[in-house]
Ligand binder design. Sequence first.
Ligand code: HEC
Length: 88
Amino acid sequence: MKLWSICLLLISGHSYGSGPASNSDAGQKLYEEKCSICHEKRDPKLHYQKTLKAQLQKYAPAIGINAKQKTLILNYMLPKAKDAKKNR
Ligand code: HEC
């Protein structure tokens, strides 16, 4: 099985779970959809929080996300950043 189909399975598995998607699922979905339009989605682990925030601000107008969606994306990716604090 190809890698992308495994990814698809994982993603669809998420959305077919019971109840509404949690905020972190929503953030992940937005991140995966919106941040892969121009390039492969970047691994947050390889970038600093400052860079991720800056890129989000820079490209938010291009992908038409609102303030709430920005927050969801930040909440998803910042804790995974290279310099994320492990105990907060
Ligand atoms: C409109 C096209 C576009 C969209 C949408 C986009 N990017 Fe990018 N991204 C770029 C381009 C072009 C570059 C290389 C130039 C630069 O650094 O801005 C880049 C570079 C990056 C880098 C590397 C920056 C560095 O300094 O190493 C990161 C990280 C990144 N993007 C994250 C994101 C995230 C997170 C999102 C979703 C919020 C996103 N991108 C959405 C076009 C886009």
